[in-house]
Design a protein around this ligand. Structure first.
Ligand code: NIG
Ligand code: FE
Length: 422
């Protein structure tokens, strides 16, 4: 595949193999068209980026190339495929009725404590078959893809028992075959305390029943799972219970990527850093000590502006995290509470509400999100050798993708996954 004539190609980073993170998120690597010619990006037969440069340079590099497909990108800009670092996309039964309750003043935890919230979705998801859940999931993934997401982290967590959690993980496994989007799977059997259990009983259930069952299903090659998650929150799993669950996941080889310090400051971030978590999400209530602990570990902060927005939470201290050197990533948090599938909208909210710059938001939504699922060596920037996951934005400056909020998805002209237009 050859894309040529573009007004700009935003590589995000261009330091070659070594690039995992951009400590300096402010300046992105961008190749601009000259007054005479545009920018090309060439993809090899393995779906990897082979070259980025001015049209004539790339043509010179591949003088005899027989391109299977040429995309003319005049007036357009190219950016890496977006990486959504946090979603809960497998469920049935929406919660539109709770939206009006929350608008009328009910808090997230009030709805939750009254048996609504996550446990409402659990009841519906337990009663749905694998094929029903897959049928609900695929159009959601497709909408993500159309708005530019090429890699997404997807959690289980509306089962809270062995059978339903495995059912959800199998649905995600099938979606990997049935969809063009790439998935990083997270087991979240500790997303809520199921009805009839204490938090302690639920912790024991996750550690002694669910995790061994997940391990067995991984070993049978029935499913593949990358990470473990827990909702570490007052009234859900406390810090010590969360630690036990995350350690048990680590023992079966999973990465740690969990909900920390969302509604209450529990020092979840400090605990997560001590476990060398690959990533932590939310962090609206992270303490200064938590930020310092994160900065001196290898963890990524996955920030979720839709949740802060819809629940009117205080914003996470994104600027403090960036200033402290914590790599900040972004996710939609798509779930029945925050029904948003669009990373461009999330980037917009991150800029306006969290005071991130456009460049920081792009770096967060690509390279840093890719690193949160430890795929930054192959994903998240338009560097030679990396997977050709690309968005062609129908505007000469990529910022239109964020600027045109509410309609930004329509600026996505093409989505390219592993070198194929999808
Ligand atoms: O990230 N906080 C916990 N989990 C989700 C909400 C899930 C739900 O409400 O169904 C979140 O916001
Ligand atoms: Fe979440």
């Amino acid at each position: 595949l050859l894309v040529r004539g573009a007004a700009q190609v935003v590589q995000v980073a261009c330091n070659g193999e070594k690039t995992k993170l951009r400590e300096d998120m402010k300046d992105l690597a961008i190749v601009m068209a000259s007054s005479k010619e545009g920018v090309s990006l060439a993809v090899d037969e393995h779906g990897k980026i082979a070259a980025v440069g001015l049209d004539s340079e790339v043509a010179r590099q591949f003088p005899d190339a027989q391109w299977q497909r040429v995309v003319e990108a005049k007036g357009c800009s190219l950016i890496p495929g977006l990486v959504d670092g946090h979603t809960h996309p497998v469920w049935s039964g929406d919660r539109v009725h709770e939206f009006s309750m929350k608008l009328a003043g009910a808090s997230y935890m009030e709805v939750h404590a009254a048996g609504g919230g996550i446990n409402f979705t659990v009841t519906h998801t337990r009663n749905s078959s694998e094929s029903e859940l897959l049928e609900l999931l695929l159009p959601r993934l497709n909408r993500m893809l159309r708005s530019g997401t090429t890699l997404v982290e997807c959690k289980s967590g509306y089962g809270l028992d062995v059978d339903t959690e495995l059912k959800m993980l199998r649905v995600l496994e099938k979606a990997k075959q049935a969809s063009n989007i790439e998935i990083s799977t997270t087991f979240c059997g500790a997303h809520s305390v199921p009805k009839g259990f204490t938090a302690e009983e639920a912790t024991v259930n996750v550690v002694k029943e669910q995790i061994p069952a997940v391990k067995a299903a991984i070993e049978n090659k029935e499913i593949s799972v990358d990470s473990i998650d827990v909702f570490c929150e007052k009234g859900v799993f406390d810090v010590e219970q969360s630690r036990r669950i995350l350690e048990a996941g680590r023992q079966i080889g999973l990465m740690i990527n969990f909900h920390a310090d969302e509604l209450n400051p529990l020092q979840g971030a400090e605990m997560g850093a001590s476990l060398k978590s690959e990533a932590m999400s939310h962090l609206e209530e992270v303490s200064p000590g938590g930020i310092a602990a994160m900065a001196s570990s290898e963890t990524v902060a996955v920030l979720l502006p839709t949740t802060a927005y819809i629940l009117r939470l205080p914003c996470p201290p994104a600027r403090d995290m960036i200033d402290a050197g914590v790599p900040v990533a972004l996710g939609t948090d798509f779930n029945p509470n925050a029904f948003c599938l669009s990373m461009p909208l999330v980037m917009h909210l991150a800029c306006v509400l969290f005071r991130m710059s456009l460049n920081e938001a792009l770096c967060a939504a690509t390279l840093h999100s890719a690193h949160s699922v430890r795929r930054a060596h192959t994903h998240g920037s338009l560097e030679t050798g990396k997977n050709a996951d690309i968005i062609i934005v129908n505007a000469p400056r990529w910022e239109h993708l964020v600027y045109q909020f509410g309609g930004a998805d329509e600026t996505v002209a093409y989505v390219i996954k592993n070198g194929h237009v999808v």
